[in-house]
Write a protein that binds this ligand. Structure first.
Ligand SMILES: [Zn+2]
Length: 363
């Protein structure tokens, strides 16, 4: 897993439960409200993404909806996104230091100092700071998913057997810790975990920015939950918090997981390119899954073929019964493609979903 716990500060044992109601995994601190500060950290020799706020707002909406659903409303995620990119007083090289651990502490300490975080925590919810970094611990182009090795672009990234892109790269370095003594959680998601919207990037944000930060370990045995392999298989709406972990957090009775409400748009909606690995000039569609009886009021579909470029709107006339698929058009040459879909249903539900694929040269 790209994600990793700093072992020195994990409390694995459930131990005596001191907080009533919902609490951190070790039972020590109340989490009925979690005060999550999110900040976009940019080294002084790099440029912030123009649309960074839309990306961050997308992820924070996704993890808040997931948290409410999985905690059954017992825990509230109050998210405060720092309104501007935080330009570090150091270069990318200086922030990186010698390894991924140094990158983690240099990045999170820079953000904590600049934001004077956590400040006075006496009356606030359980404090977590999540740093979304502009860089990885070593150079990686996360849009093409290539790294220069001896001057040659070399692929680095997680791709499933059928060709879907998921987060995960050796050059990444996302991680987080929970500190019981100081009552706080600290997380870092490196560039490869969030800048480009692979399916599962939203899982990484929750895994580090909430899960490990409230003390959750990786479940044993392994499963497809958000604290395990979800990021390699799903968007976050398709995964869950393992029932045994929910029980420890005070979110459930530990029995098997309850399937989500079949009419819930957040839980039921996905949008996946078809074919999974399109060729240049080949028509591409988005194929959807919907909650039962969904009737569409409007859909807005946008694509981007340059991480720093414009989002182009693809017109559609979807309205009424939910469509099984909609055309995206075709792409003249091999290119990475990010896409985003905004849906509004006639019953008032809305959802936003982002994804990514690569168009290959036709042969
Ligand atoms: Zn992890």
């Amino acid at each position: 897993m790209t994600t990793m716990l700093l072992s020195a500060v994990i409390a694995f044992a459930a131990g005596p439960i001191r907080a009533d109601g919902t609490h951190t995994f070790d039972g020590k601190h109340d989490i009925s409200t979690i005060d999550l500060t999110v900040v976009y950290l940019v080294p002084k020799d790099r440029k912030a993404l123009g649309d960074w706020k839309q990306r961050v707002d997308y992820y924070t909406k996704r993890i808040a909806a997931f948290h409410t659903r999985e905690s059954g409303g017992k825990s509230t995620l109050e998210i405060h996104t720092h309104p501007e990119p935080l330009i570090a007083d150091r270069t990318a090289d200086a922030l990186r230091g010698n390894d991924a651990n140094e990158t983690f502490f240099n990045s999170t300490n820079t953000a904590r100092k600049a934001l004077k975080w956590p400040g006075d925590t006496r009356r606030k919810g359980f404090p977590i700071i999540l740093v979304l970094s502009e860089i990885n611990w070593r150079e990686l182009d996360d849009f093409t998913r290539t790294r220069l090795i001896d001057g040659k672009p070399t692929f680095e990234g997680n791709v499933s057997g059928e060709g879907r892109h998921f987060p995960g790269a050796e050059s990444g370095g996302a991680r987080a810790y929970y500190d019981a003594r100081q009552r706080m959680g600290v997380g870092l998601v490196s560039a490869d975990g969030w800048r480009v919207p692979y399916s599962g990037s939203d899982c990484v944000i929750y895994h580090e920015g909430v899960g490990h930060a409230i003390g959750l370990p990786h479940p044993e045995p392994g499963d497809d939950s958000v604290m395990c392999f979800a990021q390699y298989n799903y968007w976050i709406n398709q995964t869950w918090v393992t029932a045994s972990q929910k029980k420890v957090l005070g979110w459930g009775d530990g029995k098997e997981r309850v399937p989500p409400d079949p009419t819930d748009l957040f839980s039921g909606f996905t949008a996946l390119q078809d074919p999974i690995v399109p060729k240049a000039k080949e028509p591409v569609s988005l194929k959807f899954t919907w909650p039962g009886d969904a009737r569409v009021r409007s859909m807005k579909i946008r694509v981007q073929t340059d991480l720093l470029g414009e989002w182009k709107t693809i017109a559609n006339d979807a309205s009424g019964p939910a469509p099984a698929k909609l055309p995206l058009g075709s792409f003249d040459t091999a290119t990475p493609v990010s896409y985003r879909v905004d849906v509004a249903l006639q019953d008032g539900q809305t959802v936003e979903l982002w994804g990514y694929f690569q168009v290959k040269e036709s042969r």
